[in-house]
Design a protein around this ligand. Structure first.
Ligand SMILES: [Zn+2]
Length: 98
């Protein structure tokens, strides 16, 4: 029984985490994201566990606190993740639900 639970945990948590690392994405309490209207903010992003948003691959549909609207968001990656972008995004963090 314990082994089954471990296997389920590996599939649900470790596999998505591995995919995220291999794609160069980050997750945690302060992930820089951009909504479809180009607003930058930080949000909490936990693989496979999302109470605030519907998961759709590496994009999510959630409330944007900058434009005060619902929108698709995606994480900033690589060259997009400039100092200016991080500074802009860190001004706004969406509402914590925990
Ligand atoms: Zn927005």
């Amino acid at each position: 029984m314990v082994l089954v639970l471990v296997l389920i945990w590996v599939i649900m948590v470790m596999v998505p985490t591995g995919i995220i690392f291999s794609k160069g994405l980050r997750f945690g309490k302060n992930v820089v994201v951009r909504c479809s209207a180009n607003h930058l903010y930080t949000t909490m992003w936990i693989p496979s566990v999302s109470l605030k948003a519907f998961r759709w691959g590496f994009r999510r549909y959630q409330y944007c606190p900058v434009g005060k609207h619902w929108a698709w968001i995606s994480q900033l990656r690589g060259p997009e993740l400039t100092f200016e972008a991080i500074a802009e995004a860190s001004k706004t963090h969406d509402i914590r639900i925990f």
